[in-house]
Every structure is written in structure tokens, then in C-alpha cells.
Ligand binder design. Structure first.
Ligand code: GUN
Length: 429
């Protein structure tokens, strides 16, 4: 154990790693409930998404543990799951076609991880655009939570407005939100998990939740329920591109953040970055084959690192606990079907994703406005891809206008032209 995970060199021991793994797991286990809840709203069978969520988390996190030896957990990302559902809903596409798009994005990500282009992509994209994307996704998923729970409803005059705060569902959501927030600010480990549990208990005693058992045999996974040809015939290139870019930016940014916190960075470089990226690319590809949206390195891994986790052994524990969750489908399915239990998580994780706003250079208008355009567009169009497109088109135009066009990497001009053509010819994705 010591040899495989280099526990001694990393100043850690088995006990600390196990505790760290349990901590990270508790902070992110909500995804086995929330991910199936979101993707089943797009028509994907609940149990299929559930198994796919567990499989991609186990595959990605174990890969990270055994080949990169990092305490970084991987699972399907919030944001991209909501985006997946909105692509299915707004494009009139089957979910199989959109899984085809995730699969292609995963394969391209694997190929990119093997080449030097991965560094180019990471270095060339300005920080303001990267942080703008993460923050825009944060607002987008919080908006999904507000909509699902009925706190925000359609309004003829203003498009959206405040819902009925006397409705049992909105009341339960607000109660669940405050319980979870209070647990979180009190630094309770697994606050999101225990918040969901407490909301579920209130739902049970207020007659909003019926349950018929806790454990059962795991459902059978569904394999290759996807339509790759449909991606080409429907011209879903920008959707593939959005899945790809968001996964790469999110995972890279998160891994570097966790690596800095844990003290792994060497002269600004992250050792074994290729294996770490491949862990996520593999999880995304395998996840699409079983039926889930793209996976990403989880920012929640920071909780395990804060608890002392320094090696892949932490990740082995996370993966093992995810694997055990397959026996809890009855209770997970009931909880997932109550938006009041999942919405607080969407709203709070949305807030986590806003952190990058502070890193945007708001004093330099040609940096600030493209980020603002992304943050504005994502929730208002319910489209991560449109937000990315607007940001990538606006950025080089403003840079050229202020005479800084030469400082912009050529790859950004290529993206701007692609996104401009897409906005002209296929604006709806
Ligand atoms: N970095 C990151 N962490 C998450 N935790 C839950 N969802 C996400 C996500 O999409 N990205």
C-alpha cells in the first residue's frame, strides 16, 4: 500500500487517506441522486442514468487513483447534465443522439490528452473566458434548481417571476435550502448529503415522500444506447464542442486548484497531468456508453484534501463507496423524484461555481465584457454552448478594437469564426 501510493513520501497514512476518501465521498454523493433526476427529465430511464453515473465515477476515480495517484474524484458534472437535458428538450432530439455527442467529445478528449494540443488549448484560452464559463454555468444550474422547485415560474409580462411560496414544494425547497446552507456554514462534513437527508425526512413527515425500502439488487446497466450517426445528420458539432471545451476547462481548472491546495504543483506544472486528464476523458467516454453526460474532476475533492488526503488511496475509497451505492436504488429513486430535495443542491453548487468571478479583471473592459456576456447568456438562453460562442466571438473583436489583436492566440480566431458561422447558420444549439 505504502509503495503503490507513496504514502510516506506524501506524509500521510492509511487512516488519514480513508477518512479523506469518506469525506470527499460524502460531499459529492448527491450526484447519484441529482444526476438521474436531471437526465431522466430528458427521457433517459432513471436506472440507466443511475448505473452510468456510478460506473463513470468509479472508472474515472479509480483511474485517477491508480495511474495518477491523486486524491481527486471524478463524476458526471453538474451543469453539463442540465445542459444535456436542455439540448434534448429544446432541439427535439432523442437522448440517444445527445449521448452520441458526449461519446464523440469523450473520444476527442482522449486523443487531445495524448497530444501537445491539450496544453495549447489550456494556455491559449484567456482566464476571463474560462472563469466566465464556470460562473455562467453556476447561474445556469441555480436557475434550473429555482425552476424545478417552482420558486421561479413563467410570467407573461416579465418572462420569469416568483412562484407560489405557499405551495408545499416551494416551502420544502426553501426549508431544505436553509438547512443545507446552515450545515454548510457550520462546516459539517457532507453538509449537502445531510441536507438532502434532512429535507427527505421532512418530506416524509409532511406526506410528500413515500418510500418502499432502502436497498435492493442493483439495476442492470444499459450499454451503448446511443446514436452517433444522428450527431452528424443533425449537425450537432457545436454541442460536441461545448461538451468538449467545458469538460477540458472545468477538469483542468479543478485539478490545478486541488493540486495547488495539496502542494503538488512543481514550478507551475502539474506532474502526471496527462494521466489525470485521461482519467476524466475515459470517464466521459465510458459514461456516455452507459448513459450519462460528461464527467469532470470534482471541486468537492478539496474537502478530502483539507481532511489530509494526499494520494490515490483517498480516491480508491471514494470509488469503493460509489460502487456500494448501487444497492440503494429504492431510496435514491424516491429522493431524486422530489425537486425540493435536489433543487437546494443545484442552487448551492451554483454558488460554488461563482468563485471565479473574483479572478476576472473587471478593470480591463475588453477582458471583463466577454466574461460578462457569457455569464449573462448562459442562464438567459439556457445554453452553455451559446454562452461560450458569444464569449469567444466578443473577445477577439474587442481586442482588435483596442489594438491588442496580436496578443490573442490564433486558435481563438479560429474558434471565433467557427462560433460566428454557427450563430449565423445553427443559432439554436
Ligand atoms: N469542477 C466541478 N465540480 C463539480 N461538482 C459538481 N459538479 C461539478 C462540476 O461540473 N465541476
Amino acid at each position: 500500500m505504502n509503495k503503490s501510493f507513496r504514502l510516506k513520501q506524501n506524509n500521510t497514512n492509511i487512516r488519514t487517506e480513508v477518512m479523506a476518501g469518506m469525506t470527499t465521498f460524502l460531499t459529492m454523493v448527491y450526484i447519484v441522486v441529482v444526476n438521474p433526476a436531471i437526465l431522466s427529465s430528458a427521457g433517459v430511464p432513471f436506472e440507466q442514468v443511475f448505473m452510468a453515473t456510478v460506473i463513470s465515477a468509479v472508472v474515472g476515480t479509480l483511474y485517477m487513483a491508480l495511474l495518477a495517484n491523486y486524491p481527486i474524484a471524478i463524476a458526471p458534472g453538474m451543469g453539463l447534465n442540465a445542459y444535456f437535458a436542455s439540448v434534448v428538450a429544446t432541439q427535439g432530439l432523442s437522448y440517444q443522439v445527445v449521448f452520441g455527442a458526449v461519446f464523440l467529445a469523450g473520444i476527442i478528449f482522449i486523443l487531445l490528452s495524448l497530444t501537445k494540443l491539450r496544453e495549447t488549448l489550456i494556455v491559449a484560452i484567456p482566464a476571463s473566458l474560462k472563469y466566465g464559463i464556470t460562473s455562467g454555468i453556476g447561474l445556469f444550474i441555480a436557475f434550473v434548481g429555482l425552476r424545478n422547485s417552482g420558486i421561479v415560474v413563467p410570467n407573461e409580462a416579465t418572462i420569469v417571476g416568483l412562484g407560489d411560496l405557499h405551495h408545499p414544494m416551494t416551502l420544502l425547497t426553501i426549508a431544505g435550502l436553509f438547512i443545507t446552507l446552515i450545515l454548510f456554514v457550520l462546516k459539517v462534513k457532507g453538509a449537502l448529503f445531510f441536507g438532502m437527508l434532512a429535507t427527505g425526512i421532512i418530506a416524509f413527515f409532511t406526506g410528500q415522500l413515500d418510500f418502499n425500502g432502502f436497498i435492493s439488487a442493483p439495476p442492470s446497466p444499459v450499454f451503448f444506447d446511443m446514436d452517433i450517426g444522428g450527431v452528424i445528420s443533425n449537425g450537432l458539432y457545436t454541442v460536441v464542442f461545448a461538451f468538449l471545451l467545458v469538460t477540458i476547462f472545468d477538469t483542468t481548472g479543478t485539478m490545478i486548484g486541488v493540486a495547488e491546495q495539496a502542494g503538488f504543483m512543481k514550478n507551475g506544472n502539474m506532474p502526471r497531468a496527462k494521466q489525470a486528464l485521461l482519467a476524466d476523458a475515459t470517464a466521459t467516454t465510458v459514461g456516455s456508453m452507459f448513459g450519462t453526460s460528461p464527467s469532470t474532476a470534482y471541486i468537492e475533492s478539496t474537502s478530502g484534501v483539507a481532511a489530509g488526503g494526499r494520494t490515490g488511496l483517498t480516491s480508491v475509497i471514494v470509488a469503493g463507496l460509489f460502487a456500494l451505492s448501487i444497492f440503494f436504488t429504492p431510496i435514491i429513486e424516491v429522493i431524486a423524484n422530489i425537486p425540493a430535495i435536489t433543487a437546494p443542491i443545484l442552487i448551492i453548487v451554483g454558488c460554488f461555481m461563482m468563485e471565479g468571478l473574483a479572478k476576472i479583471d473587471w478593470q480591463t473592459f475588453d477582458e471583463a465584457f466577454p466574461a460578462f456576456a457569457i455569464i449573462l447568456t448562459m442562464p438567459f438562453t439556457s445554453s452553455i454552448a451559446t454562452g461560450i460562442a458569444i464569449g469567444f466571438i466578443t473577445y477577439p473583436i474587442l481586442k482588435i478594437a483596442v489594438g491588442k489583436g496580436k496578443n490573442v492566440h490564433w486558435i481563438l480566431y479560429v474558434f471565433a469564426v467557427i462560433f460566428l458561422l454557427q450563430m449565423i447558420y445553427f443559432p439554436a444549439h
